[in-house]
Design a binder for this molecule. Sequence first.
Ligand SMILES: C[S@@+](CC[C@H](N)C(=O)[O-])C[C@H]1O[C@@H](n2cnc3c(N)ncnc32)[C@H](O)[C@@H]1O
Length: 244
Amino acid sequence: MTEAKTYPPVLDACCGSRSFWFDKADPRCLYVDKRRETVQADKRKGRVPIVINPDEQADFTALPFPDDTFDHVVLDPPHGKFGESGYMAKYYGTLKGIDWRDMLRRGFAECFRVLRPGGTLIFKWNEEEVPVSEILALTPERPLYGHKSGKLSKTHWIAFLKPNAKVEPRRGSDVGSDDLFGLRVVGHNAPLPHFFAAEAEAKELRMCHRDHSPACLEVVRITVKPNSPIGLKTDSKHRKEAQV
Ligand SMILES: C[S@@+](CC[C@H](N)C(=O)[O-])C[C@H]1O[C@@H](n2cnc3c(N)ncnc32)[C@H](O)[C@@H]1O
């Protein structure tokens, strides 16, 4: 029988040179980056090269790990549209010339996929060029709280918690008022936000919270692939509030 591969509890999905780590070789973490290189980004005399040497070279939009693996994920993706040959691009990577919205949408979904239900994710973003609100719109997961740092308070550290409630498939009649968000998921028992994140593609759906009172409207943005194996059903009352 083949042994299941074991992993440390923490994943750093874009580790770069590990500069924010207290211990840059912490055995509790698996360090991942898509590049492995040593770059002399700062050519001034006496400056040391930047070493990017991940435990695994991988793309955070297609992580080679099973679902629900890590207790904690830290995600610090590239955040500036720096010119490729400059210091900042060599240090932090760049958003220039790529479909970064798509990359971050898929990256968030992947990081939440490999995070275990109940696990925490810390997201770091510097909003010098792209406001953090635009980035948070790329994931259906809801942030818990955050902190700003840096001289201009433009670097955000934001905590998320992966939900651990299972949405069991239901059979029979139309949706009832106790269904999550007034909608039900047919034929799938993955945790709801995770599943939708994995399916992220075409349409946007705005949903209301299960008690349907406008005061308690909780608008959640999800994306659903047309003709995907899930079916979303609403009864006539709820359909008014769900704009597809
Ligand atoms: C902001 S830096 C991370 C800095 C790091 N947290 C530190 O403390 O030094 C972003 C890193 O993401 C890496 N990166 C860019 N695209 C990636 C991808 N698709 N998958 C994995 N890593 C990626 C870059 O190579 C870069 O090292």
